[in-house]
Design a protein around this ligand. Structure first.
Ligand code: ZN
Length: 251
C-alpha cells in the first residue's frame, strides 16, 4: 500500500470508530470500547513495542510494551490497529524502532502516524507555529507543541515532520538525539508523554477479556474462584481485592 492509501484507511478507521477526521484522540479509551478487543499492557523488554494476536469471531488481543513512554505506547496501539484491521497475518510481533521495519511493519508505522496525526491538521498546526518565527521554520519548542497537541512521542513526531518535509532530514537527525521532557515541562506541559508508567502500573488488561469474565460469572458459567483467578492472571487484582487508593468520586 502506498502513503495515500494508508492515509485514506487511517481517516476511514477514525470515522468508523466514531471520531472526526482531524482532532487529537484518546486512543487508549477508544481501544477499550472496541468489541472483541482485549488490551494487555506489559513491559516487553528491549526488542518489542507491541503485538497483535487475532482469534476467531473478531476476537483479538493487542499487547503494548508498557515499559516505553506513554507517547510511544499510543503510537504502538495505533500501529497494532493496522494489524488488527488491515493485515491478514494472525500473529504480529512488532519491533521497537519506528520506521525501520519493512513491508507490513513500515505500513503499520505510517498508518499509526496518519491515524494519530491527520495530515490536514498537522499542516495547519505546523503553519500556525512556523509563521511566528522570523525564518519561518519549526523550532524544537514548536515540535514539542505539536507532539503535545497530538499526544504522540517525540520520535514519532520528528519522523513524521521529516516525512512531510516540514523539517529537513538533518534537523530531524539532530532533534531525534534530544531528550525533551525538561524543556516540555519548562514550557508548562506535562512530562508524562515522555515517561513510562511506574513499574507497578505497567501490568494491566482492559477490554473484552475483563468483560467476558464478568459475563461468564453472571451467567453462572464459571465459579467466583475461577473468575478471580482469571482476573489475577490478567493483572487485575484491583477488581478482585478492590482499590486501595480511595473510593470513587461522583462529581
Ligand atoms: Zn507491527
Amino acid at each position: 500500500m502506498d502513503k495515500a492509501e494508508l492515509m485514506t484507511l487511517a481517516i476511514q478507521l477514525r470515522k468508523d470508530l466514531g471520531e472526526d477526521s482531524s482532532s487529537p484522540i484518546d486512543i487508549f479509551a477508544i481501544a477499550k470500547g472496541i468489541e472483541g478487543l482485549s488490551i494487555v499492557y506489559y513491559p516487553m523488554g528491549d526488542n518489542l513495542s507491541g503485538m497483535c494476536v487475532k482469534g476467531s469471531d473478531n476476537n483479538c488481543v493487542i499487547g503494548i510494551n508498557s515499559g516505553m513512554s506513554l507517547g510511544r505506547q499510543r503510537f504502538s496501539l495505533a500501529h497494532e490497529f493496522y494489524h488488527k484491521y488491515y493485515d491478514k497475518t494472525m500473529v504480529s510481533l512488532c519491533g521497537k524502532k519506528i520506521g525501520s521495519g519493512k513491508g507490513k511493519e513500515k505500513e503499520a508505522d505510517l498508518f499509526a502516524s496518519f491515524f494519530l496525526m491527520p495530515n490536514d491538521e498537522l499542516i495547519k498546526k505546523t503553519h500556525a507555529c512556523s509563521v511566528k518565527n522570523p525564518r519561518g521554520n519549526l523550532t524544537l519548542s514548536d515540535i514539542i507543541r505539536i507532539e503535545q497537541f497530538f499526544l504522540v512521542s517525540h520520535k514519532a513526531t520528528v519522523i513524521r515532520l521529516a516525512e512531510n518535509r516540514l523539517i529537513t532530514q538533518s534537523e530531524a537527525d539532530q532533534y531525534l538525539q534530544m531528550s525533551v521532557r525538561t524543556l516540555a515541562e519548562s514550557m508548562g506541559y506535562d512530562g508524562d508523554l515522555y515517561r513510562a508508567l511506574p513499574p507497578e502500573k505497567q501490568y494491566r488488561t482492559y477490554g473484552s477479556y475483563v468483560e467476558t469474565a464478568d459475563r461468564l460469572l453472571k451467567l453462572n458459567l464459571i465459579s467466583e474462584g475461577k473468575y478471580e483467578s482469571l482476573l489475577l492472571d490478567a493483572f487485575r487484582p484491583d477488581l478482585v481485592y478492590g482499590e486501595t487508593d480511595g473510593g470513587d468520586l461522583i462529581d
